[in-house]
Design a protein around this ligand. Structure first.
Ligand code: P6P
Length: 334
């Protein structure tokens, strides 16, 4: 079978009327930026790119050098093409309006430029997460409020995973497609199409060190997984925690599983640790497109109405049967 590149997949999708040309162009630009980020990530210490940048981001987290580089690569790649009105990033407090000396476009791009930064210096997989919305308001000047759309309004989302392979995973709303970077060609090549997550699983992913802080429904669910075949689940479970959401989600897309970063008592006023707009929403779009579910304990994450650009959300996503159990336990606990 001839190799299908990301560009060919996108051109075919455009010719089939699934995406307009400017969205095709947007995704190609993001993918090209991710190749650039992969190059820098792979250089690491050789180019003195590890360690802290000596600054912190809007979240109050110390920025790694590669966090800053990845953010700049995405801004510079996307600002001139005429497909965007503005961008938003985990690394920037305010939205980034396309400078008026560049053509303006109809899309809004949101991203976590380098997710899993605590893993950079120890050579564990990290990634870039992106989400695409339409600018729906007709106000000339793009406003932060233009971004406050629920995740069910996304027109595309995906991630790049910088691991043993460099992977680009994408949905434009007609299933999930996985592309692997062929370094000889410099192209992302289609390696899995119409990915489907198994409805049942024997693998859960959560940071167990937070157990004493969890709510009762989460404790109940994890305790039952730990009880294994001797408990009511009647099967043994395996546990994974990479501490890079992109790597954990990719494992779940690839072989099933459930990922939890729930609300906990450490900071009770925070809904969770992960960010709604550029982590939970893009990942939830992919998970649902692959036949999984993604909830915050109260509702479908894609239905959450955003109130702030960097708002956080509890996340429980993955294999349908497991997330349905978690939803049941949260509903019973009200
Ligand atoms: P913890 C990475 O910092 C991140 O935002 C996600 O990618 C990851 O799933 C989570 O935080 C890890 O959090 O508390 O286990 O370090």
């Amino acid at each position: 079978m001839s190799k299908i590149s990301l560009s060919r997949y996108l051109i075919q999708a455009q010719h089939q009327g699934k995406i307009p040309s400017d969205l095709r162009f947007l995704i190609e630009v993001v993918a090209r930026a991710c190749k650039n980020i992969a190059y820098n990530v792979n250089k690491g210490a050789l180019a003195n790119l590890l360690g802290s940048a000596g600054s912190s981001n809007v979240q109050g987290e110390t920025q790694q050098k590669l966090d800053v580089i990845a953010n700049e690569v995405l801004l510079e790649a996307n600002e001139w093409g005429g497909h965007l009105s503005a961008m938003a990033s985990e690394e920037m407090e305010y939205i980034y309006e396309i400078p008026n000396y560049y053509p303006q476009g109809g899309y809004l791009l949101l991203f976590d430029p380098l997710d899993g930064s605590s893993n950079i210096d120890v050579n564990v997989s990290i990634g870039t997460i992106f989400s695409v919305l339409r600018k729906t308001s007709d106000n000339q000047k793009v406003l932060e409020q233009d971004f406050f759309q629920p995740g069910n309004k996304q027109v595309a989302s995906g991630y790049a995973l910088y691991g043993p392979q460099t992977i680009f995973v994408l949905t434009i709303g007609e299933g999930v497609y996985i592309f692997t970077l062929d370094r000889d060609l410099g192209s992302f090549i289609l390696t899995r199409e119409k990915v489907k997550i198994p409805h049942s699983t024997k693998e859960f992913a959560i940071n167990m060190s937070n157990m004493r802080h969890w709510s009762e429904p989460v404790k109940r669910y994890v305790d039952e997984c730990l009880a294994g075949e001797t408990g009511i689940r009647g099967k043994n479970f395996n546990m994974r925690w990479v501490a890079s959401m992109v790597a954990d989600v990719h494992r779940i897309l690839t072989r099933g599983g459930v990922f939890l970063y729930p609300w906990d008592k450490r900071e009770p006023n925070k809904a969770g640790k992960l960010r709604l707009m550029y982590e939970a929403n893009p990942m939830s779009f992919l998970i649902e497109q692959a036949g999984g579910l993604s909830i915050n304990g109260k509702q479908r994450i894609l239905d959450v109405e955003p109130q702030a650009l960097h708002e956080r959300v509890a996340v429980m996503l993955g294999s349908k049967e497991e997330v349905e159990i978690l939803q049941k336990y949260h509903t019973e606990n009200i």
